[in-house]
Write a protein that binds this ligand. Sequence first.
Ligand code: AMP
Ligand code: MG
Length: 273
Amino acid sequence: MYGPLMADDVVKRCRADDHIDLHDRDPGDKLGWDKQWAQAAFAEEMAVVSDLQRKFFAAENTALLVVLQAMDAGGKDGTIRSVLNGVNPAGVDVNSFGVPSDEERAHDYLWRVHAHAPAMGQIGIFNRSHYEDVLVVRVKGFAPESVWSKRYDHIKHFEKMLADEGTHVVKIFLNVSKEKQRERLQDRVDDPDERWKFRLGDLDDRKLWDDYQAAFRDAIRKTTTPDAPWYIVPADRKWVRNLVVAKILRHHLEQIDPQYPPADEGFEGLIVE
Ligand code: AMP
Ligand code: MG
């Protein structure tokens, strides 16, 4: 079983490389954990993340961008909810990217995402992102191949620029199985409290499952870099997903190694009256 001190192993195991095949990554992987243990470990990891975030927020000299991508019902919203539970909300900036507005469509595809890149000291979370422009756009043919095929390089350069300027970029693919997606979409249809999340269009996308998997595979292969790595997180079980994401956040915040800014001179022995 992986203990809290072995975060690096989990992080390494979920990291993508430039020849990954999604068929080799089991969405139902439990990583040797059991649910009760993993839920307790999640709370412990988030306590560490929260401490690191306090320093990161105070230091205000780096930013962390977490890009979340998944198929429908892959757990993006749930991941954001659980992670936000454990950190200071003032230091988190969540942005969702849906179908582009007229104004957004009138600009290049990176314009709308760049505007929401996190400020120094902030953890930015992208619920969908510029990757939609090589995913849905490719699968649905919203742009010709001659256009979307050039975007992998743009994206790599864009993310390198962010990294060079102080923003750590971490990209997470919540890897859900086709069967689990079916279950979750069915729940959305059946449960009045979940129905608002369901759109008929989700079924059209589901029919294109294999095309989406291929588009994800290519996006991950072509844009995973040391400066902006992709992680493939087993996402059929929420308790596995949450703990893996917590470990990834911890790992990257530890790499950043934030420090409180030095106090002004003259505080020593000061009495506040
Ligand atoms: P949701 O995240 O469920 O609110 O759905 C947002 C929808 O917006 C999804 O169907 C995405 O595929 C779609 N979307 C996001 N970005 C783009 C884009 N750049 N072009 C076209 N559709 C997009
Ligand atoms: Mg949806």
